[in-house]
Design a protein around this ligand. Sequence first.
Ligand code: SF4
Length: 224
Amino acid sequence: MRIGGFIKQSLIDWEGKVTSVIFTKGCNFRCGYCHNPYLVLPELIRQTRDMEEVEILNFLSKRRHWLDGVVISGGEPTLQKDLPDFTRRIKEFGLPVKLDTNGSNPDILKQLIRDRSIDCIAMDIKSVLSPPCYQKVNYTTNASLLEKIKQSIQIIKHSGLEYQFRTTVIPQVQTPEEIENLKEQFADSCYIIQEFRDGDILDNHLLINTYHAGVSPQENDCHK
Ligand code: SF4
């Protein structure tokens, strides 16, 4: 596992639970609002050393009686080839695991669910599920990636696990109509809307990049 960050104790990353949080390095998305550019951009990833997996596992083993679970976030954790083995080792400590994902790897999700390696999944829904809408938030979106995201949504809904879908609203990118569309589409699911927070983000020029992605702010209506 390539690990770029570790929080020993968090009260906010899994509702009602005291957790440790592991941040993996690398992501196949480029979301303008991303608050973890040092986990996403290769040139920044190279500037920080990887944390030792064994040190984190030792910590979790020692503290297992004081923790309610472990959150694996990123970056995009499903890009890590040894994620199934890593989650299995955490589960051997008797600790439940929550996975944060962008939904781009449905096959890995299926495997983790089948192997009972995870107990909860939180998936970002970046925008309305059409390429032009999604591309306004994640600049790497194409039709085949969106198909995988749709597959992941169905897998998670039918997993029998605790789950949450969530959308970060960026007023200058998604229109109110798009947000209403999402609320309707996910009305039968555990779905939350969260507000965009300013800060050290991947793209400080969201509007400019929206334009570069081929969708000008005036052409925001993309319910196609
Ligand atoms: S916000 Fe987007 S770019 Fe950042 S880690 Fe999540 S999926 Fe990757």
